[in-house]
Design a protein around this ligand. Sequence first.
Ligand code: LRH
Ligand code: MN
Length: 388
Amino acid sequence: MTDTSAVKRALAAQRIETPSWAFGNSGTRFKVFTQPGVPRSPEEKIADAAAVHRFTGVAPTVALHIPWDKVDDYHALAEYAGSLGVGIGAVNTNVFQDDDYKLGSVTNPDPGVRRKATDHLLEAIDIMDATGSRDLKLWFSDGINYPGQDDLRNRQDRLAAALRETYDRLGGDQRILLEYKLFEPAFYATDIPDWGTSYAHCVELGEKATVCIDTGHHAPGTNIEFIVAFLLRQRKLGAFDFNSRFYADDDLMAGAADPFQLFRIMYEIVRGDALDPAYGITFMLDQCHNIETKIPAIIRSVLNIQEATAKALLVDREALAKAQTDGDVLEANAVLMDAYNTDVRPLLAEVRTDMGLDPDPVAAYKRSGYQEKIVAERVGGRQAGWGA
Ligand code: LRH
Ligand code: MN
């Protein structure tokens, strides 16, 4: 029988990192819709991240994206975050928005462009030194659109060289989270298209390099929980970028499009004893709220992850192991589905009440007046966005 108090302790200890850029304007190539109250500065993004933590109790860090969150004094920014009860999490690099990177950043045929891109990666580590961040999150849009456009092998050699130089610059407990993505913006070959390519580079680099799984970065039908189980076995899973999608990299709210998949992923995390923050996996959101109000959408996303996690923690592991050993296919599936079909909202409401929080964070946020406050205050200035 599952020990509910242990489940509640694990849920109270869960940590989910929010992305600064999800508080800013975002959209598609067709349109970026603005919203009243959107932050105009990294400080206002951090204030919104602090609001998410205030209502959920499990989102104490916010990831930065450089240069979208560029400031003169990153140490002061971390101090400011601390004054609001949150910390600076992963530092994300951006080598996908500069004209020089049309044919690639660290894989570009031009050594001068490669130098420029690598220097940006090294600058991000300087920022981590100032913010006290552990995670350097690297995603490369690098790829080609037509067969023959460039040499696939040469591009891997260039990538490996830049990663090596960056890896060797890491200090203390700092580490690399190497994110992969099947396609977009490249439409023929992406230089890190899948978990295997990221994993191979991480093994080549060393123990401080781990794989980041963005749930929107796979071919339709990919069994992501298999990738999770495999990378956990290899101790090479470093982080998630949670979101959901119906088609491609839609960046919708985590769990919104496929809550069952999120449950299966979190079950492999629980089965791998990897939920506890001490294990070292960073559970991040990476989303874009193109049409919905951003802060309640992020709060809803945190709740969706909590619900998937609670269901995963309620799986009767003994009954499951027995059914699996007995080869009882239907019973094994039934044990898992039993947990998935459990309404865990009352349990999570208890956990929040025990944490001194309102059992319904979305309703509490709406009642708080914070949305109205930021809409009234944030008039004028330039709303944050991707600046693409
Ligand atoms: C790329 C990505 C990456 C971020 C960006 C905001 O699609 O998932 O993690 O740098 O979104
Ligand atoms: Mn991502």
